[in-house]
Design a protein. Structure first.
Lengths: 960, 364
C-alpha cells in the first residue's frame, strides 16, 4: 500500500485544532494567544502553545513572564479539576512548595508579588483539598502524614506572612509601595489563619483557637483600614469564623456590617444602591453568607427577607459575583423549608437569568428536586413543562420524557388536561426528535393531537406529526407514511383551518416531490402558493432550491448547458426570495417570525453562493459578495457560520486568492481564538492549501514552497480538529483529518513516500516537526476509536504510534486489534486466508504488532519475556503462512532471528539463521534486499556463539 | 447529577468553607391535589389506598391517591436526588444513593418506605433478582400495607418467574396474600391482588388455569374497573398464547377503547402488535409490519410508565419495536435501507439493555 500523499481525502472537500501543536502554529503575541485559549476553555491547547512558546527560544521577556503566569494558572486549573481528593491534595502541595520556593529565591523579583498574591488562594485550596483527602483516606499512617504536611504548610505560611509584615512594618512609613504590601500581608495572614482553622479537625482544640485568632486578626485589620474595601472582605471572614464557632447571631451582625458597605453609596430614583461593581460584589458575598447562616438556623423567613432585599435594591444583582449563588441558596432554603412551589419559582428565575450557564443548570437541578418523586412535588404543571423543555435543551432526553409523563399523570382528569396533555406529547416528540428517533417523535406528536384535539397546541402537534411522517416517507418510501401524512394534513386543514400550519401544509406536497427528487414538479407545486400566504417566502425559497438541485443533477450527468439554464433560474428565484424576505422582515416585529425569515435568508445566500461557485457559472466574486454578513443571519449558529466560511474560502481559492483567505482567517483567529466557530473555514483552508501544495510539488518537485503550504495546511487541519472532538462532527470527518495529519507527519519526518510501515530492518528516524503531527494524528485516532471502533482506524493509530517509536502504545493498539480480528487460525499457528482475503491490511498490521511487541520488550529486557515470546510467535506465524518467494517471509524471518538475539537466545537464533542459510540459496540472493542483513546477523551471532565441533556433534556454546 | 452541577453545589457552600453537616429543618410536607388545592402538614403514613396527613389543626386526614396530583416532602433533598436519578434511568447511579439512605436509621418512615421500594426495584432492574426479592420482603415486613403493595406483588411474581422458580413464586404470593389479609387490607383490594396468582400460572404457561383465574376475577364483585381490565388483558394474553389470536384480538381492541391504566393499555397494544407482526411476517408484508411497529411504540410513547410503576409492557414494547425493525430489514432489498432498519433495531435493543439490563426481553 502506498501512501496517497498527494491526494487529500475526498471528504475534506466538505466543510470540517487539535490537541498538540507544532512550532508552525506560532506567530505574534503568542503568549497572549495562549492565555486566550486558556480563557476560552482550551487548557490542553493553551498548555501545548505555552510549551511551544517557551521552546522557540526567541520570546521576549514580557511573553515569557506571561507564559510563566499562565503555566501556574494551568496547574492550578489542573489541580482544581482533579477529581480524586488525594491526588488533588498532592498536586496542591507540590504547587505550594514550588510557589514558596519561587518567592523565597527571588523575593524582590518582578513576579514575586504576583506569586505572593496567589499563595493565599493556594492555601485555601490546600485546606479544602486536604480536608477532603483526609475524609477519604483510611490508612492511619497516610492520614497522619497528610495532617502533618497540611499543618506544616499552613503554619509555615502564617509564619512567612508574619515575617513579611514585620519586615514591611519597618519601612512602610517611608515607602508608599511597602504600605500597600503591608496591608496585603496583614490581610493574607488573617485569612491564612482562617484556612488553617478549617483544616484542623473539629475535635482539635487548635481549631477554636485559630478561629478566635482569625476574628482578632481581622478586627485589628479593621481598626487600621476601616474604610478599605478589604476590610469588608475581612468582615465576611469574621462572620464565617463566628459561624464556625457557633456564634450565629454575632456572625449575622458582622455580615450585616459588611452589607452596610452599600450605604456609603447613594440610591437612585428607583431605590437601587448606586454601588461600584467591586463593592456590589462584596455586598453580594456578605448577603450570600448571611443567607447561609440563616438557613443553618432554619430561619427561612429571614432568608427570604434578606434575599428579597438584596434582589430589590441591587442594580443588576445577577451580574454581581455572588448574585446568582444567592438566588440558588434561596431556592435551596425554600426546598429545605418544604416550600417546593417557591423553590421552583426561584429555580425558574435562576434558569431565566442564566439560561445557558451553570447557574441555569443548577436551577434545573433544583427545579427537578422540587419536582420530586411523587409526581411533581410542589411544582405546578407549568413549571413541570418548563423544566421538561429545559431538559430537552440540555440534552437530558430521558428525564424530559419522564417529566412529560409526570405532567400527563398530574393533569389527568383536570380542567387543563387537554392543554397540558398536548404539551406533554410535544415535549416527548421534541426529546425523541432531538435524539434522531423519528418514529417515536412522529408518533408522540400524533398521539398528542389524537388524544387532546382540543388542546391549544394540537395544531402544532399535528404539524409535528406531518413533518415526522414526511421525513420518514423520504427515508423509507412507504405508503404507510404517505397515508398517515395525507391524513394528518387533511386533518390540519379540516380541524384547524386558522392555524398558520394549515397554510404551511400546502408546502408539504411540494416537499414530498422534492424528497422524491422530482425537482421540477416540486418547483411547480411551490409556485401554486400565492403571495400573501404565510408560506409564500418559504415557497419562493423552495423554488430556488429545486432549480438548484435540478441544475446539480444535470451537472452530475455532464449536461453543462442544461445545468447552466437551471442555475440561472435558481439564481433569479433566490434573488427575488432575498428581496421579498427583506420586505417581509420590515413588516414584522415578532421575533420568532424574524428568526424564521432570517434563517431562510441565510439559506438563500448559501445556495446563491454555491451557484456562483458552480462550474458552469463560475462567478466567485459574486459568491464573496453574497456571503458578506451572512453570519448575521445565522443567529450565532456555529454550523451555519462554518458553512458560510467554507464557501468563502472556496470563493477565494477559485480566484487564486488563497493567501488572502489565510490572512482573513488569521485575523479572525486573533480576535477570536475560539476555533469552534471557524471549524469549517479552518478545514476548508487546510484542504485548499494542501491541494495547492500538491499541485506545486507536481510542477516543481524541488521547490520549497509546497512544504510551506503543507505546514500551514497542517496547522489549519490541526486547529479544526479539536472542536470537532467535543462537537457533533462525524467520526469520518475527524478520521479524514487524522489521516491527512499522518501523511503530512510522515512527510515532515523525512519518511520516504514509499515507506508505509515502520516495521523495517532500518526504519527512518522521525524528525521532531513530523513527530508533532503524528502525535496529533494519534490523538484524533484515539478519539475516533472511542466513538466508533474500526479495524482500519486502529491500524492507522498503531502505525502512528509505531512511527513515533511509542512501542508500548503501538503494541496495546495492535493487541486490541487482533483481539477483535481472528487472523490466526486457532491451534494451527497459521494465518486465516478467509480473514486475510476480506481484510488484507491486517497482514502488515500483524507484522507491525510483532515489531511493536519486540521493540517494547527490547527496551525492558528483564521484565518483558512475555512480549519477546509474543513477538516471536507472530513472526513465526507469518513465516508459517508465507514462503521464501515472498518478501514478507524474509522480513518475518529476519525479525524473528533479531528478536531471539535481542532476547538473549543466541543459540536458538544461530540455529534459525543457519537453517535459513542451509535451506536457501545465498539467502534471498539479493532479491528482496535481505542477504546483507542476514550476513550482518550472522556476524553478530559469531561474536555470541562459538562451536566446539566434535566429531559427530554439532554442540554449540554461548560465549560469556 | 452532572459533574458541573456537583461543583456548583460546592460553590453554594461559601467559597471559604468546608462542607458542614446538613441542617435538619423542621419537616413540613405538602400534598397537591388534582383539583388545584393543596394541603400541608406532616404525612404520617402512605398506604395502598391513601396517605394520612396530620395538619396543624384538626384530626389527621386520609387523602386517596387518585385525588393526589403530587407530594412534596419536607427535607427530602437526598431522596429526591436518588429518585431523580432513578427516574432518569440512571439506575446504577441511584442505587448507591438509595443504599446510603437505606442504612440511615433516622430516615422518616414515609421516605424510608420509598427508599426500600426503589432500592429493591433498582436491584431488579439491574438483574439482581435475589437481592430484589429480599428487598421487597423487607419492605413488606416494615410496611405491610405499603402504598407499593400492588407493585411489590407484581414484582415478586416477575422476579420468581425470571428465576424460573414457580414453586417459590407460589409460596411467595400465598404468603404475600396471607400477610395482606393479616394486616387488614380490605377485601376488595385483596381480591384485586389475586390477579397475581393468575399471573403466576400464566408465567408457568398454564394458560387454561390462568384463564380461569382471570375470568373469576373479571366477574367478581367489589373489585375496581382497573382490576377487571387487567384480568381481561390477562385473558387475551392467554388466548393468544393458546394460538387463539382471533379470540384475543377483540379483547385487546375492547380494552383500547376504554379508560384504563397505562400498563393495561400498553399491554393491549403490545398484544395486538404481537398478532399483527406475526401475520405481517408470515405474509412478508412490510406495511403491516409498520402497523405493528407503531403499536409497540404506543406502549413506549403513549403509555410509558412513571418511575416506580411496572415497566414490563414498556420493555416489551421496546423489544417488539426492535423486532419489527429487524423484520423490516429482512424484507428490504435496498442495501442502504436494510442497514438503516438494522441500525434502528440495534438502537432500540441497546436502549432496552441500557435501561433494563435484567429485562427478560433481552433473552428473546
Amino acid at each position: 500500500m502506498k501512501r496517497s500523499f498527494f491526494v487529500p481525502a475526498a471528504g475534506l472537500l466538505l466543510a470540517g485544532a487539535a490537541p498538540a501543536q507544532t512550532a508552525r502554529a506560532l506567530g505574534k503575541d503568542d503568549a497572549h494567544f495562549a492565555r486566550l485559549l486558556f480563557r476560552r476553555g482550551y487548557p490542553d491547547l493553551a498548555e501545548d502553545f505555552a510549551r511551544l512558546v517557551k521552546g522557540k527560544g526567541k520570546s521576549n521577556p514580557r511573553d515569557l513572564a506571561e507564559i510563566r503566569a499562565l503555566e501556574l494558572d494551568l496547574r492550578l486549573d489542573k489541580a482544581s479539576r482533579e477529581p480524586e481528593a488525594l491526588k488533588k491534595a498532592d498536586l496542591i502541595v507540590e504547587l505550594v512548595g514550588q510557589m514558596e520556593e519561587f518567592v523565597r529565591t527571588d523575593p524582590n523579583g518582578e513576579d514575586a508579588d504576583e506569586a505572593r498574591d496567589r499563595l493565599p488562594e493556594l492555601y485555601r485550596m490546600l485546606a479544602e483539598g486536604m480536608a477532603a483527602a483526609l475524609q477519604q483516606e483510611s490508612d492511619p499512617e497516610r492520614l497522619r502524614k497528610l495532617r502533618e504536611e497540611g499543618d506544616d504548610i499552613l503554619t509555615r505560611a502564617e509564619r512567612s506572612f508574619n515575617e513579611r509584615r514585620s519586615a514591611l512594618e519597618e519601612i512602610r512609613a517611608e515607602q508608599p509601595r511597602a504600605e500597600g504590601q503591608y496591608l496585603g500581608a496583614s490581610f493574607d495572614r488573617a485569612r491564612t489563619i482562617f484556612y488553617h482553622a478549617l483544616f484542623c479537625a473539629p475535635e482539635d482544640p487548635r481549631r477554636k483557637d485559630l478561629l478566635e485568632k482569625t476574628i482578632e486578626a481581622f478586627q485589628d485589620f479593621s481598626i487600621e483600614w476601616s474604610d478599605h474595601l478589604l476590610n469588608y472582605h475581612g468582615l465576611i471572614f469574621q462572620g464565617l469564623a463566628m459561624k464556625e464557632l457557633g456564634r450565629s447571631d454575632e456572625a449575622i451582625q458582622v455580615l450585616d456590617e459588611a452589607i452596610r458597605l452599600r450605604e456609603s453609596y447613594g440610591r437612585d430614583a428607583r431605590g437601587l444602591w448606586d454601588m461600584a461593581p467591586d463593592a456590589a460584589d462584596v455586598v453580594s458575598a456578605a448577603v450570600l453568607h448571611k443567607v447561609l447562616v440563616l438557613t443553618a438556623k432554619q430561619d427561612y423567613a429571614g432568608v427570604a427577607a434578606t434575599a428579597k432585599d438584596f434582589f430589590e435594591t441591587t442594580r443588576d444583582f445577577a451580574s454581581t459575583s455572588q448574585g446568582l449563588p444567592v438566588m440558588g441558596a434561596l431556592a435551596q432554603a425554600q426546598l429545605a423549608a418544604g416550600d417546593g412551589k417557591a423553590a421552583a419559582a426561584t429555580a425558574q428565575k435562576l434558569i431565566g437569568l442564566d439560561p445557558q450557564g451553570p447557574w441555569g443548570g443548577l436551577g434545573s437541578q433544583l427545579l427537578s428536586e422540587a419536582l420530586g418523586k411523587g409526581g411533581g412535588g410542589g411544582v405546578g404543571p407549568e413549571q413541570m413543562l418548563r423544566l421538561g423543555e429545559r431538559m430537552v435543551e440540555r440534552g437530558e432526553y430521558a428525564r424530559a420524557v419522564q417529566a412529560a409523563r409526570q405532567l400527563l399523570a398530574a393533569t389527568r382528569r383536570t380542567e387543563k388536561e387537554a392543554n397540558y396533555g398536548v404539551e406533554a406529547f410535544l415535549l416527548i416528540g421534541q426529546a425523541y426528535a432531538s435524539e434522531g428517533r423519528l418514529h417515536e417523535a412522529a408518533l408522540a406528536f400524533d398521539v398528542g393531537a389524537e388524544r387532546f384535539p382540543a388542546g391549544e397546541k394540537a395544531p402544532d402537534a399535528l404539524w409535528g406529526a406531518v413533518n415526522g411522517y414526511l421525513e420518514l416517507n423520504a427515508q423509507e418510501r412507504s405508503p404507510f407514511y404517505k397515508k398517515r401524512l395525507d391524513d394528518r394534513m387533511a386533518q390540519l386543514a379540516r380541524k384547524y383551518p386558522k392555524s398558520p400550519h394549515a397554510a404551511y401544509a400546502q408546502l408539504v406536497e411540494a416537499r414530498q416531490a422534492a424528497a422524491e427528487k422530482n425537482y421540477v414538479k416540486a418547483a411547480e407545486l411551490y409556485q401554486l402558493i400565492p403571495p400573501g400566504s404565510p408560506a409564500y417566502e418559504q415557497a419562493e425559497f423552495g423554488i430556488g432550491g429545486c432549480y438548484f438541485n435540478q441544475a446539480r443533477r444535470f451537472a452530475e450527468e455532464r449536461k453543462p448547458e442544461e445545468a447552466k439554464g437551471y442555475y440561472e433560474r435558481a439564481e433569479s428565484a433566490l434573488r427575488k426570495t432575498l428581496a421579498d424576505l427583506d420586505k417581509a422582515l420590515q413588516k414584522t416585529l415578532d421575533r420568532t417570525a424574524q428568526a424564521k425569515l432570517d434563517a431562510l435568508a441565510f439559506s438563500a445566500r448559501i445556495t446563491l453562493a454555491q451557484i456562483y461557485l458552480a462550474d458552469p457559472i463560475r462567478r466567485p466574486a459574486e459568491a464573496l459578495a453574497i456571503l458578506e454578513g451572512a453570519e448575521e443571519k445565522a443567529g450565532g449558529d456555529a454550523e451555519k457560520s462554518a458553512q458560510a466560511w467554507d464557501l468563502r474560502i472556496r470563493a477565494l481559492e477559485a480566484q487564486g486568492k488563497i493567501d488572502e483567505g489565510a490572512r482573513l482567517l488569521e485575523s479572525l483567529l486573533e480576535k477570536n481564538p475560539d476555533p469552534r466557530s471557524l471549524v469549517g473555514a479552518l478545514r476548508t483552508l487546510g484542504r485548499a492549501l494542501d491541494m495547492r501544495a500538491t499541485e506545486e510539488r507536481k510542477k516543481d518537485p524541488r521547490s520549497g514552497r509546497p512544504d510551506e503550504l503543507w505546514r500551514k495546511a497542517a496547522r489549519y487541519y490541526f486547529l479544526s480538529a479539536q472542536p470537532m472532538l467535543s462537537g457533533s462532527s462525524r467520526t469520518s470527518e475527524i478520521e479524514e483529518i487524522a489521516n491527512r495529519l499522518l501523511v503530512l507527519g510522515l512527510h515532515f519526518s523525512g519518511v520516504p513516500e514509499e515507506e508505509t510501515t515502520f516495521a523495517l530492518p532500518k526504519p527512518a528516524t522521525v524528525r521532531k516537526e513530523g513527530g508533532d503531527l503524528l502525535e496529533q494524528a494519534a490523538r484524533l485516532y484515539e478519539a475516533v476509536l472511542g466513538l466508533t471502533p474500526s479495524y482500519r482506524t486502529r491500524i492507522s493509530l498503531g502505525r502512528a504510534y509505531g512511527f513515533l517509536g511509542r512501542w508500548p502504545d503501538a503494541a496495546r493498539v495492535y493487541g486490541q486489534l487482533f483481539d477483535q480480528e481472528p487472523l490466526v487460525e486457532k491451534g494451527s499457528k497459521r494465518l486465516n486466508p478467509a480473514v486475510l482475503a476480506a481484510k488484507p491490511e491486517l497482514l502488515s498490521a500483524y507484522l507491525e504488532w510483532g515489531y511493536a511487541e519486540h521493540q517494547t520488550a527490547a527496551a525492558h529486557k528483564e521484565t518483558e519475556r512475555e512480549r519477546f515470546e509474543r513477538a516471536q510467535g507472530i513472526y513465526g506465524t507469518i513465516c508459517n503462512s508465507t514462503t521464501e518467494e515472498q518478501r514478507l517471509w524474509w522480513v518475518a524471518k529476519y525479525f524473528l532471528i533479531r528478536c531471539l538475539i535481542d532476547a538473549g537466545n543466541y543459540v536458538e537464533a544461530d540455529v534459525a539463521l543457519r537453517s535459513v542459510e542451509r535451506t536457501t540459496e545465498d539467502f534471498d540472493g539479493g532479491k528482496f534486499g535481505f542477504k546483507d542483513l542476514f550476513l550482518e546477523l550472522k556476524e553478530q551471532l559469531g561474536t555470541k556463539v562459538f562451536r566446539m565441533q566434535k566429531p559427530g556433534s554439532s554442540e554449540k556454546k554461548t560465549r560469556r | 447529577m452532572t459533574a458541573t452541577l456537583a461543583r456548583l453545589r460546592l460553590l453554594l457552600v461559601p467559597p471559604l468553607l468546608l462542607p458542614l453537616p446538613a441542617a435538619q429543618p423542621e419537616v413540613k410536607d405538602s400534598v397537591f391535589l388534582k383539583d388545584g388545592k393543596s394541603e400541608s402538614g406532616r404525612i404520617q403514613s402512605e398506604e395502598y389506598g391513601a396517605l394520612t396527613l396530620a395538619a396543624a389543626k384538626g384530626p389527621p386526614k386520609k387523602i386517596p391517591w387518585d385525588s393526589v396530583r403530587s407530594v412534596q416532602y419536607g427535607g427530602s433533598a437526598p431522596f429526591s436526588k436518588a429518585s431523580d436519578a432513578f427516574s432518569a434511568g440512571q439506575v446504577e447511579e441511584a442505587l448507591p444513593q438509595l443504599e446510603g439512605l437505606r442504612q440511615d436509621a433516622k430516615l422518616r418512615p414515609v421516605l424510608r418506605q420509598q427508599v426500600l421500594y426503589f432500592w429493591a426495584l433498582a436491584q431488579q432492574r439491574l438483574g439482581k433478582v435475589d437481592e430484589a426479592l429480599a428487598g421487597y420482603q423487607a419492605l413488606l415486613k416494615e410496611f405491610p400495607k405499603s402504598r407499593f403493595l400492588r407493585a411489590v406483588g407484581e414484582n415478586l411474581v416477575a422476579g420468581h418467574l425470571a428465576k424460573k422458580d414457580a414453586a417459590g413464586g407460589e409460596r411467595a404470593v400465598d404468603q404475600f396474600l396471607a400477610d395482606a389479609l393479616a394486616a387488614g387490607v380490605d377485601s376488595g383490594f385483596l381480591n384485586e391482588l389475586r390477579v397475581l396468582k393468575a399471573r403466576l400460572l400464566e408465567g408457568q404457561e398454564k394458560y387454561a388455569e390462568a384463564m380461569a383465574s382471570y375470568s373469576i376475577l373479571a366477574g367478581a364483585g367489589g373489585v375496581s374497573a382497573a382490576a377487571v381490565q387487567e384480568a381481561t388483558l390477562g385473558q387475551a394474553r392467554c388466548l393468544q398464547k393458546q394460538g387463539k389470536a382471533t379470540d384475543a384480538e377483540p379483547l385487546y381492541r375492547k380494552l383500547l377503547g376504554e379508560d384504563a391504566p397505562n400498563f393495561v393499555l400498553a399491554g393491549a397494544w403490545n398484544g395486538l402488535s404481537d398478532i399483527l407482526s406475526k401475520q405481517a411476517k408470515d405474509k412478508r408484508d412490510a406495511e403491516a409490519l409498520r402497523d405493528a411497529l407503531f403499536g409497540y411504540l404506543r406502549a413506549v410513547i403513549q403509555y410509558g410508565p412513571l418511575a416506580g410503576e411496572t415497566t414490563i409492557e414498556y420493555e416489551r414494547g421496546l423489544a417488539g419495536a426492535a423486532k419489527c425493525f429487524r423484520f423490516l430489514s429482512e424484507l428490504e432489498t435496498n442495501a442502504d435501507r436494510k442497514k438503516l432498519y438494522l441500525d434502528r433495531a440495534r438502537e432500540r435493543l441497546s436502549q432496552l439493555k441500557r435501561e433494563f439490563p435484567g429485562s427478560p426481553f433481552l433473552q428473546d
